[in-house]
Ligand binder design. Structure first.
Ligand code: TUI
Length: 314
């Protein structure tokens, strides 16, 4: 059994979080992960507050275990969603793509455990000072909006800089990778890409097939010109976007170029125009499984790996 400060803090069986993926992580997926003993997380993405409230209520109807909500701070609805999570009495809030400082007091007063996703030591320290219960240190191997540092560098730097628990994210899809994160001082792992092929994940068949087929050099990073680097599968869309970034196209046009691309991938399965966000670990995701089986096998495989860690020690 893996028993860590995170399983203790949240009252969950396995120290495994399912990342909040915009348009993807709904109440059904989150409930399946939480029922499997991990922490399921509903993603707000750019969706309106009422969508998030509905998904929270759906998850509540499907599980009596704790689950979380991820608030994407660039969302125009972030303020409203910040109130919804407090009203609905959600156990855990994670945040992404920004600094949640202005919401922290209200969430803490509502008894919510706040676990921001951070990509730098400075923000991790600030979050600890503002009362975060833990932080998720997310390396640039991740899918979606990413920071600059890799998981293997970021996690131990943050572990040394703060006293709160650190959960590792980015580049984790196997028990071996989870065990490596524990060796770096993490006390939990968060995975997104690995859950894309879960039975309870509602993304299009096209999305699932692309992840199952992906190999080692299948992702690329675009969006640096606008200051929001994003990792996705190499597709006609991402290649065209990259070309546009290096052209004389205006920033406004570039922004418009990407509007709706996530929906086209997740909902429509549009291989031509969709933006299929994915971490580098898509190369490791080779089968369809129940979300609960993913959670259990990651924790058990990590445990086996950690037990074997003395192999070369004489
Ligand atoms: O947020 C994510 N991943 C995401 S958000 C998203 S939706 C989106 N789509 C296009 C462009 C932008 C967003 C898709 N994937 N991961 C967590 C994460 N947070 N990664 C990096 C950060 C982060 C960045 C800056 C955390 C804090 C931060 O602070 C900035 C500051 O205020 O100094």
């Amino acid at each position: 059994m893996l028993s860590t400060p995170v399983t203790e803090l949240l009252g969950i069986k396995y120290p495994v979080f399912q990342g909040g993926m915009a348009w993807i992580s709904d109440g059904r997926l989150a409930a399946a992960v939480s029922n499997g003993g991990g922490l399921g997380i509903i993603a707000s993405g750019n969706a309106p507050a009422e969508y998030v409230r509905n998904e929270i209520r759906k998850a509540k109807s499907m599980t009596d275990k704790p689950f979380g909500v991820n608030i994407m701070l660039l969302s125009p609805y972030a303020d409203e969603i910040a109130s919804v999570v407090a009203e609905e009495g959600v156990s855990v809030v994670t945040t992404g793509a920004g600094n949640p400082a202005k919401y922290m007091d209200a969430w803490k007063r509502a008894g919510i455990k706040v676990i921001p996703v951070v990509a730098s030591v400075a923000i991790a320290k600030l979050m600890e000072r503002l009362g975060a219960s833990a932080v998720i240190a997310e390396g640039g191997e991740s899918g979606g909006h990413i920071g600059e540092l890799t998981t293997i560098v970021l996690v131990p730097l943050i572990v040394s800089a703060v006293s709160i628990p650190v959960i590792a994210a980015g580049g984790i899809a196997t028990g071996e990778q989870a065990a490596a994160a524990f060796m770096l001082g993490a006390v939990g792992v968060q995975m997104g890409t690995r859950f894309l092929t879960a039975d309870e994940c509602s993304v299009s068949e096209t999305y699932k097939e692309k992840i199952l087929k992906a190999g080692d050099r299948c992702t690329m990073v675009t969006g640096k010109r606008l200051g929001h680097p994003v990792r996705s599968l190499k597709t006609p869309f991402s290649r065209a976007y990259q070309k546009a970034e290096y052209s004389t196209m205006s920033d406004d046009e570039l922004e418009t170029f990407a509007v709706g691309a996530l929906r086209k991938a997740v909902v429509d399965g549009d291989s031509e125009h969709g933006c299929f966000l994915s971490g580098q670990v898509a190369a490791f995701v080779n089968k369809r499984e129940k979300a609960a089986d993913i959670v259990k096998s990651i924790a058990e495989d990590a445990e086996t790996c950690l037990r074997g860690a003395m192999k070369w020690v004489r």
